[in-house]
Each structure stands twice: as C-alpha cells, then as structure tokens.
Design a protein around this ligand. Structure first.
Ligand code: PLP
Length: 411
C-alpha cells in the first residue's frame, strides 16, 4: 500500500455547480473550454469579500495597502487599486503597471533593495513615496530630486531588531539586505530633512506568511515601540508609518486560518495608547498573499494517466513553470501538498491515491504527491488552490519552452 499524504485545506468560498468546481459562477470545465488550459482564474467576489472582512476587523483609521508583487495581473491590479488604500511596489516595472492600473502616485510606495537611478528618477518624477533602503540609496535619491528640482517623498525603511515569529520568510532581524540598521535611521532622516526633501516616515516590515495572531500582535507592538523610539531620537513626528504585514494564508495540511479579529482588536488597543509623538501619525499595513492568494485557482488538464510500480500519476499540461510554490520549490524546506482537487469531480469521494505531476521533464515538477483523489481520467481538470499569489509571475514560465498560462478575472 502507498502511504496517502494529506492535502492543504481548500479555502472557503469555493462550491460546486452540478458536481463541478465553480469560480465566480462559472464551472471550471466551461472556463477551460473557453479560455484554454492551463488557466489561472481569479475571483472578484472573493477579493471583495476578503477586503470587506479586513475593513470590518482592522481599526478604522488603518490604511490597507496591496503589495502588488503577489499578483500584478492588470485586471486584478486595477480591481485592487479600487479596493486598497495604497499600492506597494518593488520595481520600476511595477511602478509602470500600478500607474497603468490607475493608482494615484500619492498612494504608491516603492520599497526593495537595488533601486536603479532610472527607477528612483521615475518614482521621484511621478511623486510616489520611496522607502529608502540604505544611506547610499538616500544619497542617490536626494541628488536625483535636487537635479530635477523636485521635493522627493522619502520614507526610511528600517531593519528591525526583531523578526516575525513563525513567519515563512524572515525579512528583519540581524544582517539583512532590506532596510537600514536602527542606528543609521536617525542620521538618514536628518539628512533627508536637511536636504529639504519630504520625509514621509518609516517602513518597518518584519516578515511574511504568519498564521499566528499572537506572533503578529507581538510584532506590531514591537514595531510601534521601535517607531516611537526612532521618532523620539529624531525629535519629529513621522507623518506615516507602514507597519509591514505578514498575514499568512493556510497552504498546507494542519495550517489554520489567521485569527484577524484578534489581530484587529489588539491593534486597536495599541492605537488607543500611542505615545504623544505618534498621536497624529497615519498608519498602514501592506498585504500581498492575504488579499489575493485564496482568490485564485490554477486549472490544468490531465493529458495522461499512467501507473509506475503500482503508483498512479496524473500528468497535466501545467506544472511548476506556473505554480512553482505548489511544487515545493519556492521557499519551502519540506515538500507538502497544496490544496488540490479534480475540478470536474469536485463532489466525488476519494477513490485512489494519485500523484499529480506537471509536463516538465524534471522530478521537481510535482503539484500533488500521493494524495487521496477521486478516480480521474484523461481530459479531467485538476484545480490547485491558493494560486492567487506568487503563481503566474513567480514561476519560471519559459522553462522548457512552455510559456505562460492564461489568466482571467471573473466575477
Ligand atoms: C513581499 C512583500 C510584501 C507582501 O508579502 P505577503 O507575504 O505576500 O503579504 C509586503 N511587504 C514587503 C516589503 C514585501 O517585500
């Protein structure tokens, strides 16, 4: 007997029509018949529901930003521009896409190491806020602003002296390419002020993909405390503080939904007891996967069904070139199964143990490993969930000459 491995939890909001997985009211099979396979389907209704849930649970005056690197698909981005209070970008390319999607420059902030002079110039010209990552970058930005006669909008990204516990990707604490070590922050802000540029405040991002409310609450408290300490040293109130994000989504068996009601309540409590120096500061959090991850499904057709040494392989026309994360090759140590289903047999009981693999000629291309599935045949459609973030643009689409998947935004 082959040992069956569990799959991650299917996100809420998915349902069946005539036994078939439906997204935005359309059956998976109909979507694939019309748009082709492999196909990323993003649901507007699920995006809206997620944002509404956050608005209901987070403190009123907290801005909710979308970190667009999670999913820059233009129609989805345009929708998120309408929903979010700000768009966080991390390259000149994303700046172009955000402006194209209708984001107001005042609502865009630009973080990330290695900003080139052209990118700084485009951002300063456009009037977006730049989160400065190093003293050297600060110098270049001030020079570019002065040369163009523009008061650059500059915030300082801080490398915090703590990290988000249990986070999938640590972005703070210790030596990091992101942000400035704490002792460099005050001198840099003074330089910005002395140069007559527009100091916007701080950006403090401590980690990603946390499912523990307590860990996020602790990090937010530490972030506020750090910001107050820095502002006191500088002797000036920051207009704006980006508190980071790190809200995770359940991908794997045993993962549980983050309790955002708890996070929201704790943050509201923190806001009630802010020190004087932060009392008029506008706060924001920046979220990527939490806003869009569960709103997307990757659909891929089974092109072959074969057995090898007693194990069943469902071979699809998709793979890691679109869904690198589901294959376990994007920042995970131990490979575990994403939520997966046979879309056109969504309500059938499991009848066998099968592995879902991609069409790439590498053993890395495995979308689901020995999971319990209904008995599927050639022509059936596999659904991999949690595909709304870090799918299409975070996977090597050109590997083996495969090319990109189709993406659509439905109701
Ligand atoms: C990637 C990134 C995010 C988004 O991370 P998620 O885990 O998708 O929420 C937010 N802020 C910064 C600075 C990032 O680099």
């Amino acid at each position: 007997m082959i040992k069956t491995k569990p799959t991650g939890p299917i996100p809420s909001g998915y349902y069946a029509i005539d036994g078939e997985l439906a997204i935005g009211g359309y059956k998976a099979g109909a979507l694939v018949a019309e748009y082709g396979s492999p196909l990323f389907v993003y649901s507007t209704a699920l995006l809206d529901a997620r944002m509404a849930q956050l608005r209901a649970t987070m403190p009123d005056h907290l801005d909710l930003h979308y970190a667009m690197k999670a999913n820059p698909f233009q129609p989805l981005l345009r929708h998120m521009v309408g929903l979010a209070d700000g768009i966080d970008i991390a390259s000149g390319g994303e700046l172009r896409m955000a402006l194209e999607a209708g984001a107001a420059p005042r609502k865009i902030s630009f973080a990330g190491p290695g900003k080139r002079d052209e990118e700084l110039e485009q951002a300063i010209q456009a009037g977006v806020t730049i989160n400065i990552e190093s003293p050297g970058e600060c110098q270049r930005a001030l020079k570019i602003g002065a040369a163009g006669g523009i008061k650059a909008r500059l915030a300082v990204r801080v490398n915090p002296d703590f990290d988000l516990k249990g986070s999938g990707m640590k972005m703070g604490g210790g030596a990091k390419p992101f942000g400035m070590d704490i002792e460099l922050v005050a001198p840099t802000v003074k330089r910005i002020l002395n140069a007559g540029a527009d100091w916007r405040g701080f950006h403090i991002f401590a980690g990603s993909q946390a499912l523990s409310a307590d860990a996020i609450i602790e990090t937010q408290a530490q972030t506020l405390e750090l910001a107050a300490r820095l502002a006191t040293t500088i002797g000036q109130s920051p207009e704006h503080i980006n508190l980071g994000g790190g809200f995770g989504i359940p991908y794997f068996p045993g993962d549980e939904q983050l309790d955002i009601t708890k996070v929201g309540k704790a943050l509201a409590g923190q806001f009630k007891q802010l020190p004087e120096i932060l009392s008029s500061t506008q706060f924001a959090i920046e979220l990527g996967r939490y806003l869009v991850g569960e709103a997307g499904v990757y659909l891929t057709r089974i092109v072959d069904r074969k057995e090898s040494r007693g194990q069943v392989f469902l071979v699809t026309d998709g793979g890691l070139h679109h869904q690198l994360a589901a294959s376990g090759n994007f920042g995970t140590v131990v490979r575990r199964n994403y939520p997966a289903a046979i879309a056109n047999r969504f309500e059938e009981e499991p009848a066998e143990t099968a592995s879902i693999v991609g069409c790439l000629c590498t053993p890395l291309d495995r979308l689901s490993d020995n999971a319990a599935m209904p008995k599927a045949s050639v022509g059936d459609i596999v659904a991999i969930f949690c595909a709304g973030a870090y799918g299409a643009t975070a996977s090597p689409a050109n590997f083996l000459g495969q090319g990109p998947a189709v993406e659509i935004l439905v109701e």
